[in-house]
Design a binder for this molecule. Sequence first.
Ligand code: GLN
Length: 225
Amino acid sequence: MPKLASIPRPDGIGVLNLQGGVVEHVRHLKRLGLNPVLVKETGDLSGLAGLIIPGGESTCLGRLLKIFGLDRAIVDEYHRGMKLWGTCAGAILLAGKITAEDPCLALLDIEIARNSFGSQQDSFTDRALIPEISPTELPLTFIRAPKIIKAGPAVRVLWGKDDFIAAAESAGVLVTVFHPELTPCLAFHRYFARKCGMKPLSAAIVPDLDPSWDLTSWTGLLPVS
Ligand code: GLN
């Protein structure tokens, strides 16, 4: 029997659980055989290999991060090797520069402009082939999304179109301004889990586009587990 203290945290990926699309990320990670940790306070971060900051409302999330002291704790854990993935509002919080606003965590050398596609009603879907993520064309869902308008030299652009970048990464940080967790796409979650050193189920077992996913899986207001 191993000693309790030597048992690692279950699968080591956390989902920030303050506001926004938490349940949808948790469910995608579970589809990949992972057992994510819900992060609500600084102690929940200990031992995590990675943290997902979900979409939602970045002003609200930024304020809550400060109130709970999670902003500093996340930056500290990042410097200790914890990887980060921000979707939409999460990407805004990770950006080094937010147009006309102060940055929050500032862990990726990008400039991002909030609500750049218009209002909530201008939300839209697209499709893209992103070879670094998947050999399959992936569905993209943009909800009152920001545009990444600049990326520094150390940032790898994964996908962009027209006048904006929509997915980018550094060694420690991944950002997407769209929401894979609101589509059947598991490829980004698998990619992030591997970036964190985890072993998610392979595409041979759960394909990049999960056939068991349907729209009601996130509009059905079901409990997390
Ligand atoms: N418009 C939101 C913001 O600026 C982000 C929207 C989202 O996360 N889908 O914070």
